[in-house]
Structures are given as C-alpha cells and as structure tokens.
Design a protein around this ligand. Structure first.
Ligand code: PAF
Length: 285
C-alpha cells in the first residue's frame, strides 16, 4: 500500500506526535510553508531530512502576512496535492491548522522587528509583511519545538529576518537556509508563478539573468553603482516594473558601496503585469 502522510490540524495533535518521537530519541525538522507546494518546497523537506529523523511540513496560508489588496483570498490552496507530494518524500507529518487554531479569539501579539526587517527592500512595499511572517513563524517554532527548521533562500530577506528573530528571542530551533530551486530557464520556483500569463512566463527569466550578470560583473571588480544601474535597465527593458534591484550586505542587508565591505547579495522584486516576482543571487567572494 502506498504511504499516506498523516495530517493533523491542532497544536495538541502535533505536540503529541513530537513528544512520542522525542521520547524515541528522534530529532525533529520543521518546514513551514503556505502550501501550493512545488519542487522548491520539496527540496526544503529533503534538506530538513539531512538534519532530522522526523520531518514535519506545515501548510498554512497566514493571513497576517498579507496586506489588504494582496492575494490572500486567491492564494492557491491545494492541500490534497501537497500531501501527495509530501508523501512521495516520506514527510512524517503535515500540520495544517485552521486560521482559528493559529489566531484564536483574543489573539493580540505581534513580533516587532528592526534590523534586516527594516532594510528598505520588501518592507518598503509590504510594511506589514514581516511582522506577520515573524509572528506566525515564532508560533510554529514554539508549537513544534523542532530541532531545526528550513526556509528557502528565495525569500532571502525573510530568511535573514527569521534567523535574527530566532537569535534575539533565544528560540532553540536552529534555522537553516536552502538554495533556491529554478526552472531550467533560471526562473526561481514560486507558488505565485502560476499567476503568470504565457507571455509573461516567457519574459520572467530575464530577472534572474540580469541579477546573475550583475553578480558576475561585481565579482570581477566592476563598480557596484554602475552595474546595478545596468541591471535595472535590462530588467525594465524585459518588460518588468521594478520595485527594487539592490546590492546589499549579505548578512545585515545594509547598503554597500564596494565589494570589499563583505559578502554581497543582489536582491530584486519586480512586477510583470499583476504578478510580483522576487529573486536574489550571491556575489562570489
Ligand atoms: O515563505 C513562506 O512560505 C511563508 O512566509 C512562511 C515562512 C511559511 C510563513 O507563513
């Protein structure tokens, strides 16, 4: 008989499973997701498996990280298909809580953030996003009491925000980032890629191409300011409306003027029609 991944909907049920696994000496890995899983998410489960005997994937479209007018209500919800994909990689448990389980009546706490959450990148365009992400992730980490949790580098600022929060709040779970999975033409895998029209899908790889070229040129010693101007021009010429395309300190996300200042990450968000794509690449040291 084929394996079916167990699904629980309450914190209590998840903790009962975790308690039993721990009693048997297993390490626990957590992969928080909003569902609509693709190969990128599955690679996070595989990464968690390298650090833990038991892996829990959470599937929760978190309302507090969407601003009014964003795509919360139309965000793809595909739990049965998600469970099939998770069963194929032998995830041990899916935690799929209802909104009321995560935010019961009277819920009134939000994690307040500075540092990488105020880098003038995503936060400039989505000011309520990271408080929503950090609050739900803090809850998930506390609920699961996992040894490790894995997040994709595709949401690079989010990864930095979560690492900083876990450090500052003494959350015992170790946070790992996992490399972005890409389609063969370079487009970063994202649940939101399904929104792209055929025409926009054909244009979309230009974003990663421009970021990769910029990273190469900076690594070769070209001036960051000029390279970033060229990258923005290439992305605009490909039909994108740019929110930001920036070279930043890879750890703090502070602005950098010169590559001698430390490891650099190039981060971008740009829109094709109504679809907003984000991506980032490392500059080789
Ligand atoms: O990256 C995501 O899918 C979400 O922001 C996360 C981390 C699952 C929190 O809702």
């Amino acid at each position: 008989m084929s394996y079916e991944v167990p699904v629980v909907h309450t914190v209590r049920e998840m903790r009962a499973r975790v308690g039993a696994w721990r009693a048997g000496g297993a390490r626990i890995g957590l992969v928080p997701t909003m569902g609509a899983l693709h190969a990128g998410h599955i690679s996070l489960v595989e990464a968690a498996r390298r650090h833990a005997e038991r892996v829990i994937a959470t599937v929760f479209v978190n309302p507090t990280q969407f601003a009014p007018g964003e795509d919360f209500s139309r965000y793809p919800r595909t739990l049965p298909a998600d469970c099939e994909k998770l069963a194929a990689v032998k995830a041990d448990l899916v935690f799929a809580p209802a909104v009321e389980e995560m935010y019961p009546a009277g819920f009134c706490t939000t994690v307040s953030l500075e540092g990488p959450a105020k880098a003038d990148l995503e936060d400039r365009f989505r000011p309520t996003h990271f408080p929503g992400v950090a609050t739900v992730v803090a809850k998930l980490l506390n609920q699961a009491q996992a040894d490790v949790a894995v997040f994709g580098e595709k949401d690079y600022q989010q990864l930095r925000v979560i690492e900083t929060m876990a450090r500052d709040l003494d959350i015992a779970t170790r946070i790992f980032g996992a490399a972005t999975l890409r389609d063969p033409d370079g487009l970063a895998m994202s649940s939101r890629n399904v929104y792209l029209s055929a025409e926009d899908r054909a244009r979309a790889p230009a974003l990663h191409r421009a970021l990769s070229e910029a990273a190469e040129r900076i690594a070769e010693g070209a001036a960051i300011g000029a390279v970033m101007e060229e990258a923005r021009a290439a992305i605009t010429a490909a039909g994108f409306a740019i929110d930001y395309v920036e070279a930043r300190d890879a750890r703090t996300l502070a602005r950098v003027a010169d590559r001698s200042e430390g490891p650099i990450r190039i981060l971008a968000a740009a829109r094709l029609g109504a679809t907003r794509l984000i991506d980032n690449v490392a500059v080789d040291a």
